[in-house]
Design a protein around this ligand. Structure first.
Ligand code: PGA
Length: 256
């Protein structure tokens, strides 16, 4: 993490967990456990129906609220989908796109991820773009190729100015929810490959300004080591973001 050049961002991804009342209770608890002046930005990406409760509970605290997905059309006959404008009007500031669970279970492709990213950025949201290889891809030695391709396609039609609203989360799929964490060297290696892809397209200065997170079983015990790496500028946290004490420890680790 290199704070001189870029923001460190610790973001929770609640996935399909927490009702609105549970949201209120957990955020109220987090307000007592989180540091008053963290060295990083603190974000919770929550289910759509929890956004109002999260905004209300987070008011006056360091916590910013994000969503877990966004549709690419402005409006229309897309039953079950949520537009960027709906999110911004609810006070949402961040949104995740391209999470591996969306790719795996809901048929999202690099192309739809690109469209969702574009829609989010155009609406003024900060978009957390998830990329990462499957275990089989790592075993075949094609991690760099897979992650580079995902990054390039997702950033199609994103210019250098729009890039300022993009965070990239490197999430090896084999590490998500499995308790298997990439080593800090593995995380650093791939985050630096991603920065190289950005440098090729946008130049070195712009690439140095982009926050690149690691995600995949990051927890209170391993966060400090992962965050100590030059190109790891934060975390996207699933399971550990549902526990106030653990999430606070990860935020504290960014201070070190
Ligand atoms: P995990 O999830 O921390 O539970 O592995 C991370 C994520 O899916 O973003």
């Amino acid at each position: 993490m290199n704070q001189a050049k870029r923001r460190t961002v610790i973001a929770g991804n609640w996935k399909m967990n927490m009702t609105p009342s549970q949201t209120t209770a957990l955020i109220n608890e987090m307000k007592t456990t989180l540091p008053a002046e963290p060295a990083c930005d603190v974000v919770l990406c929550v289910p759509f129906v929890d956004i109002a409760a999260a905004k209300a509970a987070a008011e006056g605290s360091v916590i910013k609220v994000g969503a877990e997905n966004v549709h690419f059309e402005e409006k229309g006959a897309y039953t079950g989908e949520i537009s960027a404008q709906m999110l911004t009007e609810c006070g949402v500031e961040y949104v995740i796109v391209g999470h591996s669970e969306r790719r795996q279970y809901f048929g999202e492709t690099d192309d739809t991820v690109n469209l969702r990213l574009l829609a989010g950025v155009k609406a003024g949201l900060t978009v957390i773009l998830c990329v990462g290889e499957l275990l089989g891809e790592r075993e075949k030695g094609i991690t760099a190729e897979i992650v580079s391709l995902q990054t390039k396609v997702a950033l199609r039609n994103i210019d250098a100015d729009m890039l300022k609203k993009v965070i990239i989360a490197y999430e090896p799929v084999w590490a998500i929810g499995t308790g298997l964490t990439a080593t800090s060297d593995q995380a650093e290696e791939v985050c630096s490959i991603i920065r190289g892809v950005l440098a090729e397209k946008y130049g070195d200065d712009a690439a140095q300004g982009v926050t690149i997170q690691y995600g995949g079983s990051m927890n209170a015990g391993n966060a400090a080591e992962l965050l100590s790496k030059e190109n790891v500028d934060g975390g996207l946290i699933g399971g550990a973001s549902l526990k106030a004490a653990d999430f606070a420890k990860i935020v504290e680790a960014s201070n070190q």
